[in-house]
Design a protein around this ligand. Sequence first.
Ligand code: ZN
Length: 277
Amino acid sequence: MPNLMLKGKVIITGAIEAVTGLHIGGAAAGLDIGGIDNPVIRHPVTREPYIPGSSLRGKMRSLLDKHLGLEANKFIQRREPVVRVHECDDEEKYLQCPACQIFGVTPGDQRRDWNRLKPSRLIVRDVLLSQTHEATRRLREAKTDLPFTEVKWEAAIDRITAAAVPRQNERVPAGAVFSPFEMVYNLFDLNGTGIENDIQWLTHLLKAMELLEDDYLGGYGSRGAGKIAFRELKVLFKSRAYYEGKVDKPIVLGEGDTLRDLNVSQFAEKIRQNLGD
Ligand SMILES: [Zn+2]
């Protein structure tokens, strides 16, 4: 009988700094906030902008897919604009594919077959505007165009007459800090095959974070927006033994102000030594 056993969780926390203005689009029906053409997504109660976990997760996956050179073989949408993603459709390939094993595959008919259980290992939580950071206080006090955001005007220019069509984009200004972010990476032993792959593939997750820093989050990235930096990082490991109360504290795998400070190459050995079974 197939089975899935959780052997531990790696928990990555920290802050996300908007190095340039950040535009993660909200509902286009932004009439309640002054009829902005392209509003940002906001918390429905506090009206503060936030970063949806799905945006972070989706961007990291697409960057990792490209980094690994994976085939964009699955259509999410066939009409314009066409949206294709990578998803292994073959069990053999899946078992060797870090992207599909970390981020999961969408449930399909084949998922009813328990033998082909395909768990997603990664959970990415929504990230709210920091409530403690100095940057948020400054943002709150600044006289921005809309609460916590700037309205950036851009123009499309006719190449012959130079007539301009202006449009507005709402952005969270550079310097804003979203915190705490939290990503949870589960180490699963699937059918008794062990967790060595899961341990080694953790490096792909950290690589995806680094690729994201050198790419962009949200919209208008090629026009300057969306550069972010992961800061104040802490990576913890909680083993089965920890959840069973046999170990007092999580193991600190790494800590540092930037991704490069984390010493990722040591993570695998520290996890192996602290599995507690
Ligand atoms: Zn795959």
